[in-house]
Structures are given as structure tokens and as C-alpha cells.
Design a protein around this ligand. Structure first.
Ligand code: DAH
Length: 327
């Protein structure tokens, strides 16, 4: 019997063995029944021996049960469709996300032009994000940026422009900064995601030192650095924090200005917003007798253009099939 238990191959067989020993009609039941017909003097010894055997067999059964159970689990793991141990040992290399790679390239340019980098909080207050940028409460231009609000007039910054205000409040001119980072708007379609990235620029110096001509030079040079040999065009526009304001376009990098689907057959791609800092912004931070220029652009838009990525949302889905192309 001991051997049968030790060599038993399945839980089912083991259960049969257990029943044959400990079932109602099992060997032990029969043995214990014999006690009745024994003389009293032998009963004690007989019972002691029988109980010792009983314990021995119970232990054997239990041990074997544990072994068979863990074997069954292992078998189940081997047969199961999810093989947790399957491991592709070929080493793979990671890569910068296209948005970070594009951001790094922009930073590299501006740092080489002597700009320093400033950062600001993602959770902003109304004053820095709007008010001080010449966007008073109920101003219709606030609608240009669908905002995520918290309680107590806090919000997720809708652009990197509040860093202009933070920098001017903590430093004296001259100022020459860029500020890259995440921004948030309530928007979601082919070309909009609720979180995206911008880079902001601000240059301020004594009245008359910084002009629109400086702005034109830097932005043209920057766009040629990013896109190669493109034409650059300044188009009059409106931003509350700059006056005059200009939107800056480059000749379409796909059709070289001929007109195609990407540029909506205009030959031009809109890339950034810019302008001469509005005097109201300087008033808000207490700056006097200064002039300056500012600009801001979306980083994803540039990454999408340079990498020919048709859907902005795909940049944030973490799909390795897309990301692996940037190794
Ligand atoms: N903050 C603007 C936006 O998010 C971009 C911008 C335009 C920034 C003009 C500027 C600027 O600094 O001068 O759409």
C-alpha cells in the first residue's frame, strides 16, 4: 500500500487509495471493527498500533496530494495559452519619442542663440494664464483656448505663455528665454489632443533695443534650421499679448509650395504665432521703458510634419508599431 501511494500518478487515483483505506468500508474501518471481538487486555495495544498506522498513512496521503497538486498547477501553466516565461532575448534599443526629439532639436537651436530655459507649473492660476497676458475675464479671445478649470480659478495652463509672466515677475530685463512644456485644452480630433506641447520664446530689453526685425531674423533662421530650405512668410494676425502680431508660415515641405492635400492646396503651412509684446503685458508685470518680442509654437505639429504622421492622437497611444520606427 505504501508503494501504491508513493507511485500514484494522479489525484483521482490517490482519492481511490484514500477511500480504500479510510472509507466507510475501507481497511481501517474493518480493522477497528475487529477491536470488538478482542479480549480487553489486547485492546489497548491493538488500538495504539492501529492509530499509529492511521497517522502514518494519513501523512503519506497528504504529502502525495501536495506533490500531485503542485504538479497539476505546473502542467496547467505549461498548457495555458499565456506563457509568462516566453521571453524574446534579442536585445532591443529604445528611442526618444518623436515629440521629445523635436523638442530637443528646438531647444538646441535656441540655446545656441543664447536663450536660457525657463519652466512653469502645469496647474496655473487665471492671472498668469490669462489676465496678465491681456486676456481679461469675459474677453472673447479666451474662447480661442478651451480650458480645463479647477475650483478657485485654478486651471491647466492652455499655453506656455504664462511662463513669460512668471519670468518677468521674478527677473529684471534683459530677458532672453524659451519655455518648452506640456499644455492642455479640451479638444480631441485628428489634429488636437487634450495634452500637447509648446515652446514659448520671450526677448525683452531696454526700449528700442529689441524690434520686430530681430524677431523676423530669429524665427526665419530657426525655421530653416528645423525644416531645411523653406520660404518663410509673416502674416498679420491677432494675439492679445502682442501688438502687432504675426503668424508665421513656411512653404509646404511636401509639395515645395506647389499646393497639395497637406497644405490644403495653399502651398503654405502655418507654424507659429509671434509678435511685439503688448504694452498691457508689461504694465501687468510692472516693466517700464522696455520693448520685446514673443513667439509660441506647437511641438507636435512640427513633429507630425517632419515625420509625416497623419494623426496627432497616434503620438500618445503608446503603440510600439509607431514608436519603433523612430529608433
Ligand atoms: N500662446 C499662443 C497659443 O497658444 C501662441 C503664441 C502666439 C505665443 C503669439 C506667443 C505669441 O508668445 O507672441 O496659441
Amino acid at each position: 500500500m505504501k508503494r501504491s501511494i508513493k507511485t500514484c500518478k494522479s489525484l483521482k487515483d490517490l482519492e481511490q487509495l484514500r477511500l480504500s483505506l479510510f472509507g466507510k468500508k475501507g481497511s481501517f474501518a474493518k480493522e477497528f471493527a475487529k477491536m470488538k471481538s478482542l479480549p480487553n487486555s489486547e485492546k489497548k495495544d491493538f488500538a495504539q498500533k492501529l492509530n499509529a498506522d492511521k497517522e502514518l498513512f494519513l501523512n503519506l496521503l497528504n504529502d502525495k496530494k501536495m506533490i500531485l497538486e503542485s504538479e497539476a498547477i505546473e502542467q496547467e501553466m505549461r498548457d495555458g495559452s499565456v506563457d509568462m516565461t516566453l521571453f524574446d532575448s534579442t536585445p532591443t534599443s529604445g528611442a526618444l519619442h518623436p515629440v521629445m526629439e523635436t523638442m530637443d532639436k528646438m531647444i538646441e537651436y535656441f540655446v545656441s542663440m543664447n536663450f536660457s530655459i525657463e519652466e512653469g507649473p502645469l496647474v496655473e492660476d487665471d492671472f498668469h494664464n490669462f489676465e496678465a497676458l491681456n486676456l481679461p475675464k469675459y474677453h472673447p479671445a479666451r474662447d480661442m483656448q478651451d480650458t480645463f478649470y479647477f475650483k478657485d480659478s485654478m486651471l491647466l495652463r492652455t499655453h506656455t505663455s504664462p511662463v513669460q509672466i512668471r519670468t518677468m515677475l521674478k527677473e529684471k530685463p534683459p530677458i532672453r528665454i524659451i519655455s518648452p512644456g506640456a499644455v492642455f485644452r479640451r479638444d480631441y480630433d485628428l489634429t488636437h489632443t487634450p495634452m500637447f506641447h509648446q515652446i514659448e520664446g520671450l526677448v525683452v530689453d531696454k526700449e528700442g533695443v529689441v524690434s520686430f526685425a530681430n524677431l523676423k531674423f530669429i524665427l526665419e533662421d530657426f525655421l530653416k534650421y528645423m525644416f531645411g530650405d523653406v520660404k518663410v512668410r509673416f502674416r498679420p494676425s491677432f494675439f492679445p499679448f502682442t501688438e502687432p502680431s504675426a503668424e508665421v508660415d513656411i512653404s509646404c515641405i511636401f509639395c515645395k509650395g506647389e499646393g497639395c492635400r497637406v497644405c490644403s492646396h495653399t502651398g503654405w503651412l502655418e507654424i507659429l504665432g509671434s509678435g511685439v509684446v503688448d504694452p498691457n503685458v508689461f504694465d501687468a508685470v510692472g516693466y517700464k521703458d522696455v520693448s520685446g518680442y514673443a513667439f509660441g509654437l506647437g511641438i507636435e505639429r512640427v513633429a507630425m510634419l517632419t515625420h509625416k504622421i497623419p494623426d496627432l492622437r497616434s503620438l500618445f497611444e503608446g503603440d510600439l508599431r509607431l514608436l519603433e520606427q523612430f529608433r
